[in-house]
Design a protein around this ligand. Structure first.
Ligand code: PEP
Length: 251
């Protein structure tokens, strides 16, 4: 598959609307669009309106959604509400799975709802440290893929991105080595090829990606982008990661 990169920044519960707007404007000044490069940020819900349509080089995603269109679900946001504000949406981020107890079944309902309303889900998978240390990484990932991506229609694969984020590497400063990441990415690619032959689903790596490790990670054969948490909160570091992608695309 020809290399293309999605460089995505998950801002978690950081940044007001005004801060988000200022960030997107500054980021857009820091890089030039290039074929094969997509840049997206995922601000909190409350900042989506402030960044909508600001600059075509910086695409917008939401961090979560509920799977119903509307109803008595206090505090939830539906895909119908999101589709005018965001192009992408994170589904199954490990913080949602762990802190908010989202099951594989919840995640699957959210993914299918996002697709139904025209959003592009970024579906996150990843193993815990104990699963890795006991040699159960691939079983865990395969289980998440089987359950989370169940029922996807043939024509919808084109809108899906998968993010491999080992839980032990998120926000810990301890990233997977490029080789460890590549092994899992290769297994995910094989799963995808079997499930949807000819698909062009991008598989991103996430977990303590920083300017100083992004080039080596992005250079791996089956890594088609990165999902960045902490280092996406500052224009300089996020832009440096984007420039790693640009360097490889121009090589
Ligand atoms: C994330 O939140 O998806 C993430 C990978 O965070 P960090 O880059 O901070 O590890």
């Amino acid at each position: 598959m020809r290399k293309e990169y999605l460089i995505a920044g998950n801002w978690k519960m950081f940044k007001t609307g005004a801060e988000s707007r200022e960030f997107v404007q500054a980021l857009a000044r820091d890089f030039t669009a290039a074929p094969g490069l997509t840049v997206a940020v995922f601000p909190p819900y409350t900042a989506l309106e402030a960044v909508r349509g600001l600059d075509p080089k910086v695409r917008i995603g939401a961090q979560n959604l509920f799977y119903k269109e509307n109803g008595a679900f206090t505090g939830e946001i539906s895909p119908l509400m999101l589709r005018d504000l965001a192009e992408y949406v994170l589904v199954g981020h490990s913080e949602r799975r762990q802190i908010f107890h989202e099951s594989d079944e919840d995640v699957n309902l959210k993914l299918l709802a996002a697709l139904q309303f025209g959003l592009k889900p970024v579906f996150c998978v990843g193993e815990t440290l104990s699963e890795r240390e006991s040699g159960r990484t691939m079983d865990r990932i395969q289980g998440q893929l089987d359950k989370g991506l169940a029922g996807v229609n043939e024509e919808d694969w084109a809108r899906i991105t998968v993010a491999y984020e080992p839980i032990w590497a998120i926000g810990t400063g301890r990233n997977a080595t490029p080789g460890q990441a590549q092994d899992v990415h290769h297994a995910i690619r094989s799963w995808l090829n079997e499930k949807a032959p000819g698909n062009r689903v991008k598989v991103l790596y996430g977990g303590s990606v920083k300017p100083d490790n992004s080039l080596e990670l992005l250079a791996q054969e089956d890594i088609f982008g990165v999902l960045v948490g902490g280092a996406s909160l500052k224009v300089e570091s996020f832009s440096a990661i984007i420039h790693s992608g640009l360097t490889l695309l121009n090589a």
